[in-house]
Design a binder for this molecule. Structure first.
Ligand SMILES: Cc1cc2nc3c(=O)[nH]c(=O)nc-3n(C[C@H](O)[C@H](O)[C@H](O)COP(=O)(O)O)c2cc1C
Length: 155
């Protein structure tokens, strides 16, 4: 158990896949973290990362390598209202489709990753990517990844 630490999952989504992954994690990982909050990114800015929590950014990609509309304001805030995020530890789940969008696969998620790294945040583990053109179920794969990631985050 990660002590009293909250896991906050910030969701960027167009059609709900990323939200489903976040909700599956919320339902399936309470034995590892008691307090898991799922928060769509709508209306958020960089100050959300000042909260004392472990963060999971869970976002799809839209357009040609773009972050979803509901993630635009938060992403813009990281670029335009930057402050040092040296205390922030986070993980990243990036949903995409390598079959239909090979050249911009999961770039929306990777944009968040690059912006957070630039501000001094520490990513725990590798970025988890899900390819909608593959066979893997996003919720199952996301939960499996998250359980291993949480074990890593504990150390
Ligand atoms: C209009 C449109 C554009 C997309 N562009 C990309 C893209 O550039 N790169 C990528 O990896 N996936 C792209 N995708 C695939 C989605 O990211 C993928 O289907 C994902 O599972 C959607 O998750 P969501 O329902 O949370 O938005 C695109 C999908 C649509 C419908």
């Amino acid at each position: 158990m990660l002590g009293a630490m909250q896991l906050k999952i910030l969701v960027g989504t167009v059609t709900g896949n990323a939200l489903s992954v976040a909700q599956a994690i919320q339902l399936s990982c309470t034995d590892l973290v008691a307090d898991i909050a799922v928060q769509p990114m709508d209306g958020l800015d960089i100050r959300v990362f000042d909260e004392d929590a472990l963060f999971l950014v869970c976002t799809s990609t839209t357009g040609a390598g773009d972050v979803p509309d509901n993630a635009q304001a938060l992403y813009a805030s990281l670029l335009n209202e930057p402050h040092y995020l040296g205390k922030l530890r986070y993980g990243l789940i990036a949903l995409g489709d390598a079959g239909a969008h090979a050249s911009t696969f999961v770039e929306g998620g990777l944009k968040f990753d690059a912006a957070l790294q630039d501000l001094g945040a520490q990513r725990i583990g590798e970025v988890f990517t899900h390819d909608a053109s593959g066979d893997e179920d996003a919720e199952t794969a996301g939960v499996d990844w998250c359980r291993a990631w949480l074990a890593h985050a504990r150390t």
